[in-house]
Design a protein around this ligand. Structure first.
Ligand code: C2O
Length: 552
């Protein structure tokens, strides 16, 4: 591989959407930020310089970072933030993976405006396991708030309630024609009749899972989270924050005399109706080689077809879609599913409440502060980074290595919620020996309503070996696990009112964050971290930190 150098200058820039101009944090003045492109096996070196009045840190979402946790990026987990005026060089290789990933700020809610695509091409000369597309296009979903990002997060944190719903969803930063004062800000994909396009879909939205469809066209799913899947074709797909999905779209073989919306709208089971139920649209526009220079005005006057998206709370659709995802599991792309298990864990994942602090007026139920937890622990970010604390042996007062391996009080998770949600705050790590084969069942709880949680694990891909509804049945459900060709990914939806089972091999020493990729839930504490110890062989050890690692 070669080394690819990037300069990321974190700076303020003005942007106008929905007739509202604001100054926001960006990389190099762009939103979405620059696309990172590398080839499998390359080294990627990104110098990030902070020229804004906020602390910053960047995460390369889905990059495994084997032994290079120092470059992973979540603030206070693997590094202290980069302070104003400072820089930090993220230096890592992209080995053993290829496909669409992305990068984003990993501090406060700055990823609202600080995100971009990260594309890992296959090694030179290695084809895709499907016919090569004519063109590849990143299609990144985001959210736009007219208010400043810090105001949005402060509102959520200071009231202990839910965040203000965004003013628009966006495709590649553009809200599109279905919002007021936005028609001029529409993502357009020009296509040639008969050609196949690969859309690299990325859900960078803060708080919403999304349905996506293109009117009158089908989508063939070929990859999720930078792992190839057995191709299957759908009209509509679902993509959660953190997830990426590559689809092939073949343009009609003739000039259709129409334009087509590509649309995304939320999937949400929590308090349907109170979340942003709006639609972002882009336009799929056919190039007509036979047209004259007046083509532009002609194209404008063409009929527009709109896709029909599922209902806001259509969990059946989501289950049906996720059931179709399967690893290729071929000799070239084997599914390395751990067949035996060293450690089994059961985590409850869900919302809860904490008493309202004296100095706050809280908007949670019964004047409580909203909280979220895993096994009843609502994770609190430490003041010093966990990875440094572990590496230097100065962990006392920073974290406790006693994350509970079971919920404090088992109950009927999907039945009537108990009054006492038993949430406790803490900074707890779950310690694993190197190369532990882990099976983890994550169970959604019904406390404060059932809701799907897109859980993201740093440092690893995992296999999704089973999912179901109701309470997980440790006696009968394992018989249904798929250990042959389960999908491999880095972010999985814990089904609303159900459970998901994953397996991974803890072959990457370091501290690895795991959290709900709905930013509000992360903030409320739906997060924890694994500490994977060094193995005995020198190449099983965490590398030493780079000399420019930021200090807290
Ligand atoms: Cu995409 Cu911890 O993040």
């Amino acid at each position: 591989g070669i080394t690819r150098h990037y300069e990321f200058n974190v700076q303020m820039a003005n942007a106008t959407r929905l007739c509202n101009t604001k100054s926001m944090v960006t990389v190099n003045g762009q939103c979405p930020g620059p696309e990172l492109v590398a080839r499998e096996g390359d080294r990627v070196v990104i110098r990030v310089t902070n020229n804004v009045a906020h602390n910053i840190s960047l995460h390369w979402h889905g990059v495994r970072q084997v032994r290079t946790g120092w470059a992973d990026g979540p603030a206070y987990i693997t590094q202290c933030p980069i302070q104003t005026g400072q820089s930090y060089v993220y230096n890592f290789t992209v080995a053993g993976q290829r496909g669409t990933l992305w990068w984003h700020a990993h501090i406060s809610w700055l990823r609202a405006t600080v995100y971009g695509a990260l594309v890992i091409l296959p090694k030179l000369g290695v084809p895709y396991p499907f016919p090569a597309p004519h063109k590849e296009v990143p299609v990144i979903f985001g959210e736009w708030w007219n208010a400043d990002t810090e105001e949005v997060v402060n509102q959520a944190v200071q009231t202990g309630g839910g965040p203000n719903v965004s003013d628009a969803f966006t495709i590649n930063g553009l809200p599109g024609p279905l919002y007021n004062c936005s028609a001029q800000d529409t993502f357009k994909l020009k296509v040639k009749p008969g050609k196949t396009y690969m859309l690299r879909l990325i859900n960078a939205a803060l708080n919403e899972e999304l349905f996506f469809a293109v009117a009158n066209h089908t989508l063939t799913v070929v990859e999720v989270d930078a792992v190839y899947v057995k191709p299957f074709t759908v009209d509509t797909l679902v993509i959660s924050p953190g997830q990426t999905t590559n689809v092939l779209l073949t343009a009609k073989p003739y000039y259709p005399g129409a334009n087509f919306y590509m649309s995304a709208a939320p999937y949400s089971t929590a308090r349907p109706g109170t979340f942003g139920n709006t639609t972002v649209a882009g336009i799929l526009e056919y190039e007509n080689p036979a047209m004259s220079p007046s083509a532009a005005s002609f194209v404008k006057g063409l009929p527009l077809f709109k896709p029909t998206l599922p209902q806001l709370n259509d969990t059946d659709f989501v289950t049906n879609f996720t059931d179709k995802l399967r690893s290729l599991a071929t000799p070239e792309y084997p599914a390395a599913v751990p067949q035996s298990v060293d450690k089994r864990f059961f985590f409850t994942v869900g919302l809860g409440t904490l008493p309202c602090p004296a100095n706050m007026t809280c908007q949670g139920p019964n004047n409580t502060q909203m909280a979220a937890s895993m096994n009843n622990v609502s994770f609190v970010l430490p003041a010093r980074a966990l990875l440094q604390s572990h590496f230097t042996g100065l962990s006392s007062g920073v974290y406790a290595p006693d994350f509970p391996v079971a919920p404090l009080s088992p109950f009927n998770y999907t039945g009537t919620p108990p009054n006492n949600t038993n949430v406790k705050t803490g900074t707890k790590l779950l310690v694993l020996r190197y190369n532990t084969s882990v099976e983890l069942v994550m169970q959604d709880t019904s406390i404060l309503g059932i809701e799907s949680h897109p859980l993201h694990l740093h440092g690893f891909n995992f296999f999704v070996i089973g999912q179901g509804f109701g309470n997980y049945d440790a006696v009968n459900d394992p018989a249904k696990f798929n250990l042959v060709d389960p999908v491999e990914r880095n972010t999985v939806g814990v089904p609303a009112g159900g459970w998901v089972a994953i397996r991974f091999l803890a072959d990457n020493p370091g501290v690895w964050f795991m959290h709900c990729h709905l930013e509000a839930h992360t903030t409320w504490g739906l997060r924890m971290a694994w500490l994977v110890l060094d193995g005995s062989h020198p190449n099983q050890k965490l590398l030493p930190p780079p000399s420019d690692l930021p200090k807290c």
